[in-house]
Design a protein around this ligand. Structure first.
Ligand code: UD1
Ligand code: CA
Length: 473
């Protein structure tokens, strides 16, 4: 069975007050309409059509990677008119599923329930019961509780407005029937629009039953019309991700203070995540990993038992088992740390490999480098990898000890077990096993006197002396 899923995404979204088309606003770093698309694609046999209009080129361009057929609705003359733009793609035997591009959290499971209710004698409608259904089309039922029609809020009588069962807009029906009904739509209503909802009354007249279903939670069918609703659905989404993490054996110190904007390609057990941690892109996190507060972890591979201390940023990098990172460390793209590496505070590492057991604990920049095993890089060490035009490589072989405040001017290689004296500027390769240092010889000047201010020279007492204080009484 082919399901033709039509995502309506041509609306303007004025209330977002944005130059960006509404459906490109994001939840968890993913455009609203892409959430809907992915849910639609996850249904077996679903072909996706996206009706675009307002700011349409931008929508189409930024989502060109999606496997969807884009159909333009030049003027937004209503939801029925929007579906009419796609109808020539629909065959009589198809099942058509209508979704909205601004209703991002709808679950595939709910849609499967809905689709199971479609037959040649039945149209399936997703409804929602609301405390305040203002603005929604109302589901009008007869004395036998059978759905007769949908009346839009603006067209509804006072009595109809008391109905608290609202139309979500999401429905599924037979393609051949839809073709018939759409050809009969008129815009003779309060908004002069072609309402898709008018097909309900036509279906009833044709002898069909209207089967209804409801989502497990009203949040699933909520649309985004303004930034407040966007923020609300972001929270709903994030809380659900947090619950999934906990269900898989992750400890979250506060499930309301973790954000997952992407996926976990791998997730171990007994991972402990403190507050305000953000995950972006695709992360792989093994078991027993501990992440401190306020960290950003993006496209990272983190092996078993790694500890990431607070305020660290890791991006496109891999961290070997048992390593300890941070606090305040920045691990940049193309960095590979082996097992039991220690990276301490205010250390930045870019495009470098560090072999097992090495330590870079304080205030260093390591870029374009290859660091061997059991190397100790002292505080304030800088690899000078860039001459303003080109980048060069620094190699530090196994067991080397780099004294504090050393500059390694690349390209340069520090030999195995070499020691570099503190404060050196190393511009040439250094031999293995030896001490190398480049340092101006230390001198002391015995007769030297500190300069004094001109005023002090004529005998004013220094501030804070005994006599000075007694004057204040
Ligand atoms: C629609 C329903 C209403 C339902 C409500 C739920 C109709 C006539 N009314 O009303 O019963 O309770 O949704 O939110 O269907 N769109 C287009 N082209 C258009 C008009 C709309 O693509 O010409 C798209 C919008 O981008 C949006 C969706 O269709 O994704 C719904 O449009 P909207 O204007 O929000 O419909 P409502 O008037 O709220
Ligand atoms: Ca709406």
């Amino acid at each position: 069975m082919t399901i033709k899923t039509i995502i309506l995404a041509a609306g303007q979204g004025t209330r977002m007050r944005s130059s960006r088309p509404k459906v490109l606003h994001e939840i968890a770093n993913k455009p609203l309409v892409q959430h809907v698309y992915e849910t639609a694609k996850s249904l077996k046999g679903s072909e996706v059509y996206i009706v675009y209009g307002h700011g349409g080129e931008a929508v189409k361009q930024s989502l060109s990677r999606l496997d969807a057929i884009w159909v333009e609705q030049k003027q937004q003359l209503g939801t029925g008119h929007a579906v009419q733009q796609v109808i020539h793609h629909v065959d009589e035997g198809d099942t058509v599923l209508i979704l909205y591009g601004d209703v991002p959290l709808l679950k595939a499971e709910t849609l499967r329930t809905l689709l199971a209710k479609v037959s040649p004698t039945s149209l399936a409608l997703l409804t929602v019961t609301l405390d305040d259904p203002t603005g929604y089309g109302r589901i009008v039922r007869d004395q036998h509780h059978a759905v007769r029609r949908i009346v839009e809020h603006k067209d509804a009588s006072a009595a109809e407005r008391l109905i608290n069962e609202g139309n979500t807009g999401i429905l599924a029906c037979n393609g051949g029937q839809l073709i018939q009904w759409l050809s009969r739509l008129s815009n003779n209503n309060a908004q002069n629009e072609y309402y898709l909802t008018d097909i309900i009354e036509m279906a009833v007249a044709d002898g069909l039953t209207i089967a209804t279903a409801q989502a497990a939670s009203a949040d699933e069918v909520l649309g985004v019309n303004n930034r407040e609703q966007l923020a609300h659905l972001e929270r709903v989404y994030q809380f659900e991700r947090a619950r999934m993490l906990m269900a898989q054996g992750v400890t979250l110190r506060d499930p309301a203070r973790v954000d997952v904007r992407g996926e976990f390609a791998e997730l171990g057990q007994d991972i402990d995540i403190d507050i305000n941690v953000i995950f972006e892109g695709v992360n792989r996190i093994a078991s027993n990993v501990k992440i401190g507060p306020n960290c950003l972890i993006k496209n990272a591979t983190i092996a078993d038992g790694v500890e990431i201390l607070s305020h660290s940023v890791i991006e496109d990098a891999s961290i070997g088992a048992g390593s300890r990172i941070g606090p305040f460390a920045r691990i940049r793209p193309q960095t590979e740390l082996a097992e039991h590496v220690h990276i301490g505070n205010f250390v930045e590492i870019k495009k470098s490999s560090v072999a097992s057991g090495s330590k870079i604990n304080h205030l260093s920049y390591i870029g374009d480098s290859e660091i061997g095993a059991s190397v100790n890089v002292g505080a304030g060490t800088i690899t000078c990898n860039y001459d303003g035009a080109n980048k060069f490589k620094t190699v530090i072989e196994d067991g080397a000890f780099i004294g504090s405040d050393t500059q390694l001017v690349a390209p340069v290689t520090i030999g195995k077990n070499a020691t570099i004296g503190a404060g050196s500027t190393i511009t040439q390769n250094t031999p293995a096993e030896q001490l190398t240092l480049s340092r101006v010889k230390q001198v002391s000047v015995p007769s030297w006197q500190r300069p004094v201010k001109a005023q002090d020279a004529v005998g004013n007492l220094p501030h804070g002396s005994e006599t000075d204080k007694s004057k204040e009484k």
